[in-house]
Design a protein around this ligand. Structure first.
Ligand code: DC
Length: 232
């Protein structure tokens, strides 16, 4: 089966838009696989640290991106259970802030993005794929059947992050988080390689005033309208 025959839904957007949650729910509802492309950049950042590859050594980073030993374990319902780097469970480790900021750095190199392209496309297997990222609909799966660009206001995204951090027992200022979100948006949308922009044929959904159920419902509707059939 070629990649084109596999039904693919792409969901791109900034962090805090609710993409990860919606992609996983949508993949479960449809019985499809799920690609968390951000995790690949995070895994590369962690692998680089472990193998003492400097974050400005672009050539070695690209080689590592193509060869790093990673796997995604899935639950029976298709949701991710564990992310492994060289056999070790690093699911929690890759979520920490310093790995996130290193990931953002390595994601800015075109050579790294090129080295991860085929690895991402390899997730497109039957019965279908929900792909979560920044450039899924524009670069990685330009022929996807349905494309969604999920966003939310910077204030709303900062507020969501604020709640997550407070729940983790960390003390943070909401105003500082709003500023951080705006700065990151600016950088992501203006970088020269794979900037965060909606694909021409993407449906833009603003989740600021929507519940998770409402976003999921819209996502399913968009998928079905584009000829995608749930598996169950
Ligand atoms: O979604 P996330 O926070 O896990 O992504 C980690 C970093 O990788 C973030 O800085 C954005 C970047 N990224 C990217 O450039 N392209 C993607 N398709 C996914 C993530």
């Amino acid at each position: 089966m070629t990649e084109k025959q596999i039904p693919i839904i792409t969901i791109d957007g900034p962090s805090g838009s609710g993409k990860g949650t919606i992609c996983q729910l949508l993949a479960t509802k449809l019985g499809f696989h799920y690609l968390d492309s951000g995790a690949l950049y995070r895994l590369l950042a962690l692998a680089a640290k472990r193998h003492r590859v400097a974050l400005d050594n672009i050539e070695s980073l690209a080689v590592l991106a193509g060869h790093m030993d990673i796997s995604f374990n899935m639950n029976k319902d298709g949701t991710p259970s564990k992310v492994l780097l060289e056999g070790e469970d690093v699911s929690l480790l890759i979520r920490n802030e310093s790995v996130g900021s290193d990931a953002s750095l390595v994601a800015g190199y075109p050579e790294v993005r090129a080295a991860l392209l085929q690895r991402q496309r390899a997730f497109a297997v039957a019965p279908g794929l929900v792909a979560d990222g920044r450039d899924m609909g524009t670069v990685v799966f330009p022929d996807a059947d349905a494309k969604i660009f999920l966003t939310a206001s910077p204030e709303e995204r900062a507020e969501r992050r604020y709640k997550q951090l407070i729940d983790k027992g960390e003390s943070v200022s909401l105003a500082a988080l709003v500023e951080q979100v705006q700065k990151r948006d600016e950088r992501d949308m203006n970088r020269t390689v794979s900037p965060l922009v909606p694909a021409d044929n993407a449906v833009v959904l603003d989740s600021s005033q929507m519940t998770i159920d409402e976003v999921l419902h819209s996502g399913l509707e968009i998928a079905i309208r584009n000829g995608i059939q749930p598996q169950q």
